[in-house]
Design a protein around this ligand. Structure first.
Ligand code: S3P
Length: 434
């Protein structure tokens, strides 16, 4: 078991580039694998989650070469994937499993998707139901859990689907199945979610129509290889945005971060709390907006988090709870029940850890209330959730004692090199085995 030990105090300075965006990295491999021609990807996230996605397509016969964060994919074409001779292991990644399920539903061969303990307990019925109504044949464990068995050779018909949850994974799963379906797939979302799939499909030459909360997409469109520059992941940058905000006398610049408006809820929420954040050198790279984000320390204030920002900051709440613990006054979050079905139950796991540190918290079915103030050190459990481990490393900046974070190895799923980068930036963190 890997444990992080974080001494208290410290300040953040310098310019850093965090690893590539996880959502965009997964999608870049999936779409380039079924495109015609050679795609070159740069800035790819070398984390376990996205490397598992590469491995899955290699198992299905796609030629993929990797030199660090540079990837070359020789696309197999829409109908060129081959049956894997063993299970496709999606590790810890809900995104990979749900997106792959959509894609595999449209193939001519059978597949079996497996994952780790956390992933095998996460809800898959939300994608199985609409895929079955398109004609997909899928078997799951009870309660719609992985392992998932997909039977190939069933022709898919496009559906019109009103998503009951605001989920980019469900939307993207249906668009990927929609590529193989007859007719027009129409997906409506109850609130805006990240739109990387729609943008990237357009980059591969497909026509995708997005209108308010609706996406329309005709199946059987051919994808043409293209080059992709993966920006730094705003979800990884978020740890440093909060760190530099709460640690005294800090200023940090996070380079080349993706600032797609469907992902910038963390900036909006921190700004509402009074943060000092500026976006410099804004530009567009391959269909995605990018900027250098400069953050200076400031006294934050507790707020009621606007519910429309929840899906736009869904992965950043663990570290936003740390910001709330350091803020003056009370922060309230509601409408965030999805946090309970992430890599861990992020409401409960964060509440437990913050309580160990002496922070006053009250959990709700769909949220949390956090009273800001001083807090101590202590030993907290990350439950193998990468973002919980990183959030508590940031918390140490303002604790009055050392914070020890158990079960932290999964930080490698989304942020390889976190410990080294955090240390360079000013967080007093070290890793210990056992
Ligand atoms: C993701 C969508 C979100 C997010 C996840 C990545 C994606 O999940 O939490 O980390 O890449 O589509 P949901 O779609 O379940 O909200």
């Amino acid at each position: 078991m890997t444990r992080f030990i974080c001494s208290c105090g410290g300040k953040l300075t310098g310019r850093i580039r965090v690893p590539g965006d996880k959502s965009i990295s997964h999608r870049s491999i999936i779409l380039s694998s079924i495109a015609s021609g050679i795609s070159n990807i740069s800035g790819f996230l070398q984390g376990e989650d996205s490397l598992n996605t590469i491995r899955a397509f290699q198992q299905m016969g796609v030629m993929i070469e990797r030199d660090h964060d540079q990837i070359q994919v020789k696309g197999a074409g829409l109908y060129g994937l081959q049956a894997a001779d063993s299970d496709l292991d999606m590790g810890n990644s809900g995104t990979a499993m749900r997106l792959m399920l959509g894609l595999l539903s449209g193939q001519a061969f059978d597949s079996r998707l497996i994952g780790d303990k956390s992933l095998s307990s996460r809800p898959m019925q939300r994608v199985i139901d609409p895929l079955q109504s398109m004609g997909a044949v899928i078997e799951s464990e009870s309660g719609g859990r992985a392992p998932l068995r997909v039977s190939g050779n069933h022709s898919l018909t496009a559906i019109e689907y009103d998503m009951p949850v605001a989920s980019a994974q469900v939307k993207s799963c249906l668009l990927l199945a929609g590529i193989y379906a007859r007719g027009e797939t129409i997906v409506r979302e109850p609130a805006t979610t990240r739109d990387h799939s729609e943008r990237m499909l357009r980059g591969f030459g497909c026509e995708v129509i997005s209108n308010n909360a609706e996406v329309r997409f005709y199946g059987r469109q051919k994808l043409h290889a293209c080059n992709i520059d993966v920006p730094a992941d705003i979800s990884s940058a978020a740890f440093f945005m909060v760190a530099a905000s709460i640690a005294g006398d800090s200023e940090i610049t996070l380079e080349h971060v993706g600032i797609n408006p469907t992902r910038t809820g963390v900036i909006d929420i921190l700004n509402l709390m009074g943060a000092d954040i500026s976006l410099d050198n804004q530009r567009e790279m391959g269909g995605e907006p990018v900027a250098d984000i400069r953050v200076r320390s400031v006294e934050l204030n507790g707020i009621d988090i606007p519910q429309e920002l929840v899906p736009l900051a869904i992965d950043e709440f663990p570290v936003l709870f740390v910001a709330a613990a350091c803020a003056r006054g009370t922060t309230r979050l509601r409408g965030a029940d999805e946090l309970r079905v992430k890599e861990s139950d992020r409401i409960q796991v964060m509440a437990d850890g913050l309580s160990v540190l002496g922070v006053e918290v009250e959990t709700k079915v769909d949220g949390i209330v956090i009273q800001g103030g001083d807090y101590r050190g202590g030993e907290v459990e990350s439950h193998g959730d990468h973002r919980i481990a990183m959030a508590f490393s940031v918390a140490a900046l303002r604790a009055s004692g050392e914070i020890r974070i158990n079960d932290s190895a999964n930080v490698n799923t989304s942020f390889p090199g976190f410990v080294e980068l955090a240390r360079d930036a000013g967080i007093r963190i070290s890793t210990h085995a056992g």
